[in-house]
Write a protein that binds this ligand. Sequence first.
Ligand code: 5GP
Length: 177
Amino acid sequence: MVIPTPPVLISERQIQRKVGRLAARISADYGAVDDLLMVGVLKGAFIFLADLSRRLAIPRRVDFMALSTYGDGTTTGAVRLIMDLRTDIRGKHVLVVEDIVDTGHTLAYLMKTLAAREPASLACCALLRKLDRKKVDVDIDYLGFDIPDVWVVGYGLDCADQHRTLPYIGTVAPGST
Ligand code: 5GP
């Protein structure tokens, strides 16, 4: 089966430059913190988390959560936790690492869930945001790129589990794989 190569929206070089800048800001902001916990949201954030965490100049640990949305997720906003952290975050400094914020329902749910566990601090870093699709107000402390309302793949993001390992962010028409 031949799968067409998605056209480039954000190049590998642009992503890597941005990851470097985000890592520098986070390292500066958390300079006084000796144990930052980075929480990656599976599956989409796994590559972004891997790159970002390796470029931080401060002590850090990583853990993961997985969430899913009911139905198409973007209309109802109902989110379900399907894999929880292994770490107790009470009193810890936590940085959530997300691939993409679309309507904002997923991130809002995640931040509310984690805040209830009483971390010392809670912030989030998202690589991409679709501003036009916003339905819920949720603060993003560290943002990579604002993008238009298109379906994006690559750098961890998929379309029907294809294209996750592309080194760049590309676009696909929905249902094209
Ligand atoms: P939300 O609407 O809750 O902000 O985002 C829900 C989830 O939909 C995101 O975490 C992401 O997994 C997925 N998503 C939204 N837009 C895209 C996209 O353009 N490409 C991919 N691969 N996933 C997306």
